[in-house]
Design a protein around this ligand. Sequence first.
Ligand code: 4AD
Length: 452
Amino acid sequence: MNAAVWNAIPAALPTSIRALMHAPVNTRLVVNGWVRNVRRQKRYWFAEIADGSSGQSLQIVAPSLLAKEGDLPITPGSCIKAFGVLQRSHGTGQELELLADDLQVTGPCDAGSYPIQKQGHSDEFLRTQQHFRLRTERMSKIMRLKSKLAHAMASWLHSQDFVQIYAPSITEHDCEGGGEAFTVSSERRPDFFPKDAYLTVSAQLHLEIAASSISRVFSMAPVFRAENHQTSRHLAEFWMLECEMAFCDTLDSLLNFAETFLRESCGLLSREATEMDDESRSRLLTTFGRPIPRISYADAVDILAKHPESFEYCPQMGRDLQSEHEKFLCDRVFRGPVFVTDYPAALKPFYMKLNPDSQTVACADLLLPGMGEVLGGSLREDRAHVLKESMERKLSPAACESLQWYLDLRKFGCSPHGGFGLGFDRLLQFALSVGNIRDVVMLPRTAGAIKY
Ligand code: 4AD
């Protein structure tokens, strides 16, 4: 028994199944949960219940009289409350069980019409039942691991003197360089904002304000992109973990930091998330446990151009890499993750720092096998005159005007700085080897449909 864990349980809420696994036998308890299975024998009745607090379920054993058919509609999916005593299980498959002396059905469930059936369902079917699919073992586990990953990343960043910043989701700018922005229309409330605003595509520009005072900052927040990509890795709303660091003056130091961040936070997750399977653990370890190779965009295109027969779109200098090219680099060339660095300035947003060659920018995308880009970052242009020129070349006069504050940051005590954005849902999708990003998100938003 782990007394520390057991005693720490707040009395205000009923005991969770995760916590009661640490309680001593013979403890009297009240347990709540949703029924997974029911089995009736002559003298005893058995139900497996889960409450999502961990991957573990609890067996409830009750004298058959107590759970008489018809009197108590205890069916798969129903929500029940059991009163009883924790005991060592007489059966196999579980260490502890609750011997119940009273049972209540707090939420009956019509087994015939309940969409979640015991035999399991395809991912496609479960996507039509998003208000129920978290009740499956697989989806509830994904949600718990997602929560633990966010916690691991935040706690490691805090240990490195990072401060979490809560930037706004509504912004004046639609030019952050992260794809199409959704408009927050002022049509119906013309008195509200004096002009159209946008849902943010990235917190980066706002984080740069914070980094110019607090040095090391991060944000973990939803971002929105009105792109019609019907792929297994694109969402219209997704969560991005963004770091922005003052006093970061070389691309190598930025990438060293990104590498350490991924290694340490994924390591923490692997150690602490006991329900993570060995395959995921080893995928994280092999991917992030060793230094990640770096290749410049120009060298990558040179390599790719030698294999034109492998592609639908021929790789060409000055053109963006297609996902088939990214896949080739990871799967065939590096057989693992790779940072592609120093893209042509023309392919990248206005804020990236121009390299001494005046052609490329100090940036990198991290590509993962089977996934493609999961992280994008750069040094930020900190020279006011170079930034101004880049803005004037790439942005509309109105956008330049509204970004005067961004230029000001360069004029008053600017430090060399840089940062990156990590696709949080994509990282989880990769870690757990989930085929479609829609299945690591509770209520995914994609073009063409809005429900819930
Ligand atoms: O490369 P992106 O567009 O970077 C930025 O927006 C920078 N301003 C971030 C920064 O430097 N602070 O996006 C970052 C990551 C991508 O690498 C990808 O993993 C993920 O966000 N991403 C998406 N994930 C799901 N659905 C989409 N539509 C995504 N678009 C980008």
